[in-house]
Ligand binder design. Sequence first.
Ligand SMILES: *[C@@H]1O[C@H](CO)[C@@H](O)[C@H](O)[C@H]1NC(C)=O
Ligand SMILES: *[C@@H]1O[C@H](CO)[C@@H](O)[C@H](O)[C@H]1NC(C)=O
Length: 370
Amino acid sequence: MFLHRPPKLKQHFTVVFLFLFLSYLITNATSTTTTPTQQFKEAPQFYNSPDCPSIDHDDQDPPDPESESDGDDQPNIFCSDHAVHVAMTLDTAYIRGSMAAILSVLQHSSCPQNTAFHFVASASANASFLRSTISSSFPYLNFRVYNFDDSSVSRLISTSIRSALDCPLNYARSYLANILPLCVRRVVYLDSDLVLVDDIAKLAATPLGDSSVLAAPEYCNANFTSYFTPTFWSNPSLSLTFADRKPCYFNTGVMVIDLDRWREGEYTTRIEEWMELQKRMRIYELGSLPPFLLVFAGKIVPVDHRWNQHGLGGDNFRGLCRDLHPGPVSLLHWSGKGKPWARLDANRPCPLDALWAPYDLLQTPFALDS
Ligand SMILES: *[C@@H]1O[C@H](CO)[C@@H](O)[C@H](O)[C@H]1NC(C)=O
Ligand SMILES: *[C@@H]1O[C@H](CO)[C@@H](O)[C@H](O)[C@H]1NC(C)=O
């Protein structure tokens, strides 16, 4: 039918299209220098299944009579032990990844309304921009944005091989116990370059035993020696830190953390002490990971590998595509140099990037389905 459109009309369409295209180019050209141009679609609303625990308003504190009228507001979800608490960092560079991760969490959760998101943003970031970006795509999301004073950690960071790893926000995961309110006792920390394809409540419910602080998938076949320098291993007073345990590599992009135990054991300080040492003598190469390994390797509760199918970003040096590890998959993690959104935009995706794409909320220009 469109093929038989009268030529005049067709011409008209071409002109309108050209005009739209030009104005798009002009708007983009003028705005890239000032504000990020990414526009995101609104995600659907997700509802609890009937057997989800109900989180009432007066869960923790007696209800404030003033705010009682605000019927559908649930401030106490941010303190509730019945909620699944998720912590992620938020910045403009990775926000497209964060949005996909949030969507994936909600979509596969049987109690999405019982999920509370705690976003940590750099104190120098435009928090109101981040907040409004999140709420326009997720109008029903329970979330808070916290400021992370990255200047305090900047002085502790020594340069590592990949400059992205030196971003202070990368170290925010070591400070969650201080940043999040005291009433949050357990949190699932997630990187921004991953998607879940399973219910996060299962991961969050990982038993931590009598004394463990942290649970994560661990990989005992990885060469643990290679994460630290010969300087470290040849110094007995340092390497003895691993003497009474069998340390294994774990990825810090997916962790279940008992914040009460973290606070009690002052683990942030312990991590900082290793970072102080690293500034004086090179004991490792990578960024935020080795201090975690120094403090926790061999002491964590191992989680099934399905919860962190990592490395999908490809290798750090050549960006080669990676395949899944054998076994079931609950979480796909594009750790490594390449990110699925960048490869999709460049029209050079890795095969598994197709599994990330359905969670992409980026509004493509000219998309008429908004
Ligand atoms: C922060 O973002 C808001 C939009 O949410 C914008 O109006 C404001 O100008 C931004 N502030 C700065 C300092 O960039
Ligand atoms: C592990 O890594 C270290 C240092 O990178 C190396 O010397 C050692 O040969 C490696 N071991 C194995 C079993 O590959």
